[in-house]
Design a binder for this molecule. Structure first.
Ligand code: ZN
Length: 136
């Protein structure tokens, strides 16, 4: 598998607008806009830092994965997943499964920014929710 970089770090937040304001006003990192990903019940903001990005995720529904993560974390946000850039997501998924590990997504789906993404199962990654991401 060809992994080229940390694509982004996914951070669950309670209030996306407040968080973006902090990073823009205090740290001077420019938000590239927000987007709703219906499939994952989130509103997302990407903030580029060098050749990687911070991905902030606010839940749009109380039964979404980000809402559940925050609930388990005693109401606080925090790092929810790490995403690695791969050159060919279909091949990467195949390779994980072939080597006897588990994927949550056996087929890629579309994430924010039109990236093709797939999550590895935390049981296979020692507790980290690991996202594989292919972007043009
Ligand atoms: Zn992500």
């Amino acid at each position: 598998m060809d992994v080229s970089r940390v694509d982004h770090i996914g951070i669950a937040v309670n209030n996306l607008d407040e968080v973006v304001k902090f990073y823009e006003d205090v740290l001077g990192i420019k938000c590239e806009g927000t987007e709703v990903v219906e499939d994952q019940k989130v509103r997302v903001a990407f903030l580029p830092v060098g050749d990687t990005e911070l991905e902030f995720l606010e839940s749009t529904s109380p039964d979404g994965p980000i809402a559940k993560f925050i609930e388990k974390n005693n109401g606080r946000g925090g790092i929810q997943h790490v995403a690695l850039r791969v050159d060919n997501i279909e091949k990467a998924i195949e390779e994980v499964i072939e080597k006897g590990y588990k994927m949550i997504d056996k087929e890629p789906r579309y994430g924010a920014g039109g990236a093709k993404i797939a999550f590895c199962h935390p049981k296979s990654t020692h507790g980290i929710l690991l996202e594989l991401s292919e972007r043009q």
